[in-house]
Design a protein around this ligand. Structure first.
Ligand SMILES: [Zn+2]
Length: 94
């Protein structure tokens, strides 16, 4: 699915509406607005998966990813400080 910047889309829609009203037309031309929105470049982004580090119940220094199950060792009891992302790509903010 293509993604566009919301602020840019709003500005484009406003400009499209101003042009229509400026020509004495009192209704909004939806096709013109869609045409303007179609001119916005598409962003190259990936969906963010969210996860969290779960603590092993037998060894408190071992945590595992809630998404992929990968294990890490962390003695600080705050693994997301040093491992904010898992190797699977999950953002550990859950
Ligand atoms: Zn993972």
């Amino acid at each position: 699915m293509p993604y566009i910047d919301r602020d840019t889309a709003i500005k484009k829609a406003i400009v499209a509406c101003i042009k229509v009203v400026g020509h004495g037309i009192t209704h909004i031309d939806a096709l013109k607005v869609a045409e303007c929105l179609g001119e916005i470049p598409v962003a190259d982004i990936a969906e963010v998966r969210h996860g969290h580090w779960r603590q092993n119940m037998y060894c408190k220094r071992i945590f595992y990813c809630s998404v992929c199950g990968r294990h890490i060792e962390d003695a600080t009891q705050n693994p997301k400080e040093f491992f904010p992302y898992c190797h699977c790509g999950a953002k550990m903010d859950g």
